[in-house]
Design a protein around this ligand. Structure first.
Ligand code: SAM
Length: 547
């Protein structure tokens, strides 16, 4: 039974707000600065510009409200607003159109966060989530929304951000040709090629299950995913519908044995810093000869004790798809899965994946697109937007190149690719990937693109095409200014955060007014691509051309 906390008097006290609180779509929006967080970007997407909210509605922590949600903000939070002053209330797992009872869990300046307690009227496109953990695990937040409705909401978020943050006029006759419909992901489950599970000494049981008396095992060992918002509590997960079937086979074998007292295995305790098993990383690639899945299992442990792992290694290596078992030893108190030392416990140290006809070697810690199937679609789009002449005359600058995958897939049709990336290991991987594929017209350089100085650009010829694929904070102002000065004919901006993407597109097209710098690009296309069904993540490929 779902309990609406708070006494009746408090519930009654909020009744007058039932008329006042409703959902509305984003109005005018302030620009997030390059230093603003995703949360701030998400909130600002829906926060009205006209000053701070009036006193007429300001919820208290613990207050219970009946709310209606219509739109999803970045990060998949449902947005509701007070009708009179637009005060924003954000709620995880609230779906547009859903009427629900929520409790204010956090107040943050201009908005509040609400925890959903009970659905009164579900969204018209609500479906039963196939995963038993979907209601609690931090990964899939919209599995209970019809896939078509999920991508429609994502497309709308991108459009809103481009208009309100990017300041591109929706009424402009060209706007509808710029905004492309989202590319759906054909494979909506089992698409992730990498999952990282954590071992925990404190099993997390969701509040509802505790109330229903299902929380027998609270405090027991767990292997699964971190409970949203908790670094020390793990939701025990027997299988994950986002990872490959082969990876689920491995997870099942490990789950069936690791807690056996005979093995003497203990999960790492993040409070006492004792215990052995930290994380289990499962990566799925493809055998380049057969095209069949091949798996890497990576145990992250607090010390090197191969004898302790041996019984698990014996069981897991019997699974035909497993070709590599690694042990990353991380002695630090931090929660990271990258070890200071790495050992091969079985098989080889890398797995392979094929992308746009090239072979990539993936090691335990190297970055690789997490949805290889949709990466193929994404990279084809990038190739189309590059509009290469095909005469091997052009120069490509691949910023935030990671392991070089984008640049390398274009290399055979251009004169030279120059890639820049901050992570030294990724640069080594990029060079190795070039060699593996017989590509010798690509140069990869390690460097921090947030710290470029005036000499940046002296080491490569003026590019014909710039590809920029930053992570979520987007591009640093120094890099934006460099690009505005460089004036390459074409920029392809690949983004995993439409809020910072819209901000950077604004700078590149409309300039930095307060610094007297004019924009010099025209936005030709914004193409959202769904790389991660059931999650709030949105990828976009944007094409900019010099005026
Ligand atoms: C979204 S990934 C893109 C990787 C690559 N383009 C791909 O498609 O596989 C962003 C990359 O930017 C790198 N990065 C983040 N901050 C950086 C910085 N300040 N300077 C250079 N590279 C950075 C990350 O290490 C990561 O490899």
């Amino acid at each position: 039974m779902v309990v609406v906390p708070g006494c009746a008097a408090r519930s009654l006290a909020v009744r007058p707000w039932l008329q006042a609180v409703r959902c509305s779509s984003a109005a005018s929006l302030p620009l997030p600065s390059p230093s603003e967080t995703d949360d701030a970007a998400g909130a600002s997407q829906s926060t009205p510009q006209q000053g701070s909210p009036s006193r007429s509605f300001f919820p208290k922590r613990g207050q219970t409200l009946e709310l209606v949600c219509e739109s999803l903000a970045f990060k998949g939070k449902g947005i509701c607003k007070a009708a009179d002053n637009g005060f924003v209330l954000m709620c995880d797992r609230a779906l547009p159109g859903e009427r629900f009872i929520g409790r204010v869990s956090r107040k943050k300046g201009s908005y509040a966060e609400v925890q959903k307690l009970k659905t009164i009227t579900p969204h018209q496109n609500a479906v039963d989530a196939p995963c038993e953990y979907a209601g609690h695990c931090g990964g899939c937040k919209t599995q209970n929304l019809l896939y078509e409705a999920q991508i429609e909401a994502k497309e709308q978020q991108v459009r809103d951000l481009i208009v309100h943050v990017g300041r591109f006029a929706e009424r402009d006759s060209l706007f509808s040709s710029v905004m492309k419909p989202i590319v759906p992901c054909e494979i909506q489950y089992h698409y992730r090629n990498k999952m990282e599970f954590s071992f925990g000494s404190r099993r997390w049981v969701p509040a509802e299950e505790l109330e229903e008396g299902k929380g027998q095992n609270v405090g027991g060992f767990a292997l699964g995913l971190h409970a949203p918002g908790f670094f020390d509590k793990v939701l025990h997960v027997e299988k994950c519908l986002l990872q490959s079937e082969a990876a689920n086979k491995v997870l099942a074998v490990i789950q069936s044995s690791w807690r056996s007292p005979d093995l003497g295995l203990s999960p790492y305790n993040v409070h006492t810093h004792t215990g052995f098993l930290k994380h289990l990383m499962l990566r799925t690639g493809r055998d380049v000869r057969t095209g069949l899945p091949e798996l890497m299992v990576n145990f992250v442990t607090s010390s090197y004790k191969p004898d302790l792992l041996e019984p698990l290694v014996n069981k897991v290596s019997a699974i035909p798809e497993v070709v590599s078992i690694m042990n990353n030893v991380n002695t630090s108190v931090g929660n990271t899965s990258v070890g200071e030392e790495e050992y091969i416990l079985y098989g080889k140290s890398t797995i392979t994946e094929i992308l746009r006809g090239l072979t990539f070697q993936i090691s335990a810690n190297s970055f690789f697109q997490t949805n290889a199937h949709q990466a193929e679609v994404l990279y084809k789009l990038i190739g189309d937007y590059a509009g290469l002449k095909g005469d091997c005359s052009e120069i490509v600058l691949d910023l935030f190149c990671g392991t070089g995958t984008i640049g390398l897939t274009l290399a055979r049709r251009v004169r030279h690719v120059y890639g820049y990336e901050v992570v030294a290991e990724a640069i080594s991987d990029a060079r190795r990937n070039a060699e593996l594929n017989g590509i010798n017209n690509a140069t990869f350089v390690q460097g921090d693109l947030n710290k470029i100085n005036d000499s940046f650009g002296n080491n490569f010829p003026k590019p014909d095409i710039v590809i920029s694929d930053p992570n979520r904070p987007g591009m640093h102002l120094k890099l934006i200014k460099f690009l505005l000065k460089l004036q390459a004919p074409r920029i392809i901006y690949v983004s995993c955060n439409p809020a910072t993407c819209a901000r950077d597109l604004d700078y590149l097209c409309h300039g930095l007014g307060d610094q007297g710098i004019s924009g010099c690009y025209q936005l030709k296309s914004v193409q959202p691509v769904d790389m991660f069904p059931h999650t709030p993540h949105i990828e976009c490929v944007c094409l900019l051309e010099l005026f």
